[in-house]
Design a protein around this ligand. Structure first.
Ligand SMILES: Cc1cc2nc3c(=O)[nH]c(=O)nc-3n(C[C@H](O)[C@H](O)[C@H](O)COP(=O)(O)O)c2cc1C
Length: 326
C-alpha cells in the first residue's frame, strides 16, 4: 500500500512541515484542532556526537496529535548514533523516521549534519543507509537542492534513493539560499524524472492555486506545507475541498478554537515574556493572511502589555473586524 495515498477525490497526501520554533507542539496541536492534513513531521531531534539517545528521544511523542500521525525527524552524521536514535524512536511508537538533510543553521552544519550532508553524497548515503538498516519502519529523507550550489543535486538524489528510503521530500533551495529566493520547483520536476521513489514537493505553497501549480508543474506525488499553514491554518482543508469540487469556508469559531488551543498548549512553566513572544510570532504570521489583516500587523508587532490573555483578546478584536469567512 502507498505511504502517500490520495483521498477519494484525488487530493494528494498532505503533510504539515517540520518547523523548529514557530511550528512547535503548541502550533501542531492548534493546527491539528483545525485538521485537513494527513500527517505531521516533528521538527528535528539533533543527534550530536555525544548524544545520549534514550534521553534525547523523550522529546518525541508519537501520539501527540492522535489520531493524526506524527513522524519523527532526526539530524546528525554519526552512523551508529543515528541508527541507535532511530531504534529508540521506534520503541517510542514512531511509524516513520525522516532524516534531515536540509537544515541550513550554521550551528548544525558546523558539526557535519543537516545540509552539510549535501556536500558529500557518499556520507549522505552512509548516514541514511545506517538508519534504514536499523529499523523496519519506513525511513524517508528531507533534502535541500544543495549546499552552496546544485552541482551535486543529482548525485545526492541518487545516493538517497540507493540508501533505501521509501520517499524523498525536496525543498528546492540550497543551504546558502536560506529562505530567500523563490523555491525552484523545476528541480522537483527534475527529481521526479530522475528517481523511482515518490517525491513530496515542498516550498512556497501559500494558496490553493500554488498547490495546484506545484502538482501540475512538477508531477510530485504529495505536498508538504510549512509557513503557508501558519499564515493560513485552513489551507489544507481548502486544498482538499478544491478536489471535492467545493469551497472550504473557515468559520470564526474554528479560528477561535485554533487560537485557544494554541494558548492552552503552551507549556505552563513558560515565562510571560516567552509566551508573549510566541503569541506575537504566531499572530504576525496569521496577520499576513489577507490584505485587510496585514494592515493591522504592525499593531500586533508593537503590542507591549505583558499579558498573553489580554493580547489574545486584543488580536481577536482586530481579527473579528476583518476576518473573512470563506
Ligand atoms: C522556522 C522554521 C523552522 C524549520 N525547521 C525545520 C526542521 O526542523 N526540519 C526540517 O526538515 N525543515 C525545517 N524547516 C523547513 C520547512 O520544513 C520547509 O522545508 C520550508 O519552510 C519550505 O516550506 P514552506 O515554504 O512551505 O515553508 C523549517 C522552516 C522554518 C521556516
Amino acid at each position: 500500500m502507498s505511504l502517500l495515498p490520495k483521498d477519494l477525490n484525488g487530493c494528494p497526501y498532505l503533510q504539515l512541515a517540520p518547523m523548529e520554533g514557530v511550528g512547535d507542539v503548541s502550533f501542531r496541536k492548534a493546527i491539528a484542532s483545525v485538521g485537513g492534513f494527513n500527517e505531521a513531521v516533528k521538527d528535528f531531534l539533533r543527534v550530536p556526537s555525544n548524544a545520549h539517545v534514550k534521553s534525547l528521544s523523550k522529546a518525541y511523542n508519537a501520539t501527540e496529535l492522535d489520531p493524526i500521525p506524527l513522524a519523527a525527524q532526526i539530524m546528525g552524521s554519526d552512523t551508529e548514533l543515528m541508527a541507535a536514535m532511530a531504534i529508540e524512536l521506534v520503541e517510542r511508537g514512531a511509524k516513520r523516521i525522516d532524516v534531515n538533510c536540509g537544515c541550513p543553521s550554521n550551528t548544525v552544519t558546523g558539526r557535519g549534519a543537516g545540509s552539510s550532508l549535501l556536500k558529500d553524497p557518499h556520507v549522505l548515503h552512509e548516514v541514511v543507509k545506517a538508519v534504514v538498516k536499523a529499523v523496519s519502519i519506513p525511513v524517508t529523507i528531507k533534502i535541500r537542492a544543495g549546499y552552496e550550489d546544485t552541482s551535486l543535486f543529482k548525485e545526492n538524489l541518487l545516493a538517497a534513493e540507493e540508501s533505501g528510503v521509501c520517499y524523498l521530500t525536496l525543498h528546492p533551495r540550497t543551504k546558502v539560499d536560506g529562505y530567500g529566493p523563490p523555491a525552484r520547483w523545476e528541480l522537483i520536476a527534475e527529481a521526479k524524472s530522475l528517481l523511482k521513489i515518490p517525491i513530496v514537493g515542498n516550498g512556497d505553497i501559500l494558496t490553493v492555486e500554488d498547490a495546484l501549480k506545484m502538482l501540475h508543474q512538477t508531477g510530485c506525488d504529495a505536498l508538504m506545507i510549512g509557513r503557508g499553514s501558519v499564515i493560513n491554518p485552513f489551507i489544507f482543508h481548502q486544498i482538499r475541498a478544491h478536489f471535492a469540487g467545493e469551497k472550504y469556508q473557515p468559520k470564526w469559531e474554528e479560528l477561535l478554537r485554533y487560537l485557544s488551543t494554541y494558548i492552552e498548549s503552551m507549556a505552563s512553566d513558560l515565562s510571560i515574556r516567552l509566551k508573549m513572544n510566541k503569541l506575537k510570532q504566531l499572530l504576525s504570521f496569521l496577520f499576513k493572511g489577507n490584505q485587510k489583516l496585514l494592515e493591522h500587523r504592525q499593531k500586533i508587532l508593537t503590542y507591549t502589555e505583558p499579558d498573553p490573555e489580554a493580547f489574545l483578546n486584543y488580536a481577536k478584536e482586530l481579527l473579528r473586524q476583518d476576518w473573512q469567512e470563506g
